[in-house]
Design a protein around this ligand. Structure first.
Ligand code: GLY
Length: 349
């Protein structure tokens, strides 16, 4: 088990990561938020698997809590669910000195974080991620959001948690595809920031899960500390995401986030090759194939370009591509948005 300290301009907090980290929940609550009422947001899957564990810990430590259970899945990440949870907290008399607890994957974490940031103009937040994806990405760094009809994550806030408890044992109950989704993000960190992590992952994540989670969080921490509000270097965390989001949208979200990011990373590697920046297509595809990702692309250059152009990251006619330079290093490569199509047409998708 390891404690990773995160110091952002707006807040400093600890992430406790490793097998059995949930045992550190109560000491961590006592240190970071003190004795207050807890408003737990979770989903029906997580609730049925782990409610006894969490509630047992709260009861033994004398924490009073209320709980709001949402239906699992991205469809819940909307303004209606957000406001229903806010109304629930208000009706239960949650005050400004109380604390929201996000217990679940990325959808729960993003919704709970957003709710904590706006309830009575902002209350404390504890993240307890239960999926690999939310452990290595969404629970750390303070991004919160709900989806709007026009697209994913279009309303949200930056709201750092007071503590994050990443117990890797929760990943044992994940479906294979859900676990693999998180692997795409871990492999991403290796490609953009850490060749040693990339090499280790080549031997299979099951042989280094605690290390991989911890290292991913440290790498994300280093980026977020330097660019909390995502105006510069934090963009590199979107490696594979511009094309990945385009594919997710084109598939009507039948391709999952991690599966789409895996395809997006390979497209980015091919673009880097077409631009003469690097030739890592073989290496990046190789590791992703060994994790069982399907790297085929069912969409044309034209479809991907127009879907990517509608992405919120396109600013003033420019698009920033994140391209690998070598394993462990990437570049932010701005291009005029209208040159994306010709670039993709030069690449065999
Ligand atoms: N998920 C990307 C970020 O936190 O910036």
């Amino acid at each position: 088990m390891k404690t990773i300290k995160v110091n952002t301009p707006s807040k400093s907090y600890n992430v406790i990561s490793g097998s059995g980290a949930i045992c550190e929940l109560i000491p961590s609550l006592e240190n970071s938020v003190g004795k207050c009422r807890l408003a737990v947001l979770t989903d029906d899957n997580v609730d049925s698997l782990f409610k006894d564990k969490l509630e047992g810990l709260f009861q033994a430590a004398g924490y009073s809590y209320i709980k709001y259970v949402i239906k699992n899945g991205e469809a819940s990440k909307n303004p209606e669910t957000l406001f229903a949870f806010l109304e629930f907290m208000a009706s239960e008399g949650i005050t400004r000195s109380d604390c929201v607890v996000a217990f679940g994957g990325g959808v729960v974490g993003d919704l709970a974080g957003f709710a904590a940031s706006v309830y009575q103009r902002g209350i404390k937040l504890i993240q307890i991620p239960t999926t690999l994806l939310s452990m290595v990405d969404s629970s750390v760094g303070g991004k919160t959001a709900v989806d709007l009809k026009a697209g994913k994550n279009l309303a949200g806030s930056f709201w750092q948690p007071s503590a994050v408890i990443c117990d890797t044992d929760f990943t044992k109950t994940l479906k294979k595809e859900v676990f693999r989704d998180g692997c795409a993000e871990v492999i991403k960190y290796g490609v953009i920031l850490d060749d040693a992590l990339f090499d280790k992952l080549g031997g299979g994540i099951e042989n280094c899960l605690e290390y991989a989670v911890c290292r991913s969080i440290e790498l994300k921490r280093d980026i977020v500390e330097g660019d909390e509000r995502d105006t510069g270097m934090r963009a590199i965390l979107n490696f594979g995401h511009t094309f990945g989001h385009a594919i997710e949208k084109l598939s009507n979200f039948s391709v999952s986030h991690g599966a789409a990011v895996a395809k997006g990373m390979v497209i980015a590697a091919k673009v880097a090759r077409a631009l003469g920046i690097s030739d890592l297509t073989h290496e990046i595809s190789g590791i992703l194939l060994s994790y069982g990702f399907d790297l085929s692309c069912a969409y044309s250059a034209k479809e991907i370009a127009s879907s990517a152009m509608s992405d919120k990251k396109k600013a003033q006619g420019k698009l920033s591509l994140i391209l690998p330079e070598k394993i462990g290093k990437c570049v932010i490569y701005p291009i005029p948005a209208d040159s994306l199509l010709s670039l993709l047409e030069a690449v065999k998708l």
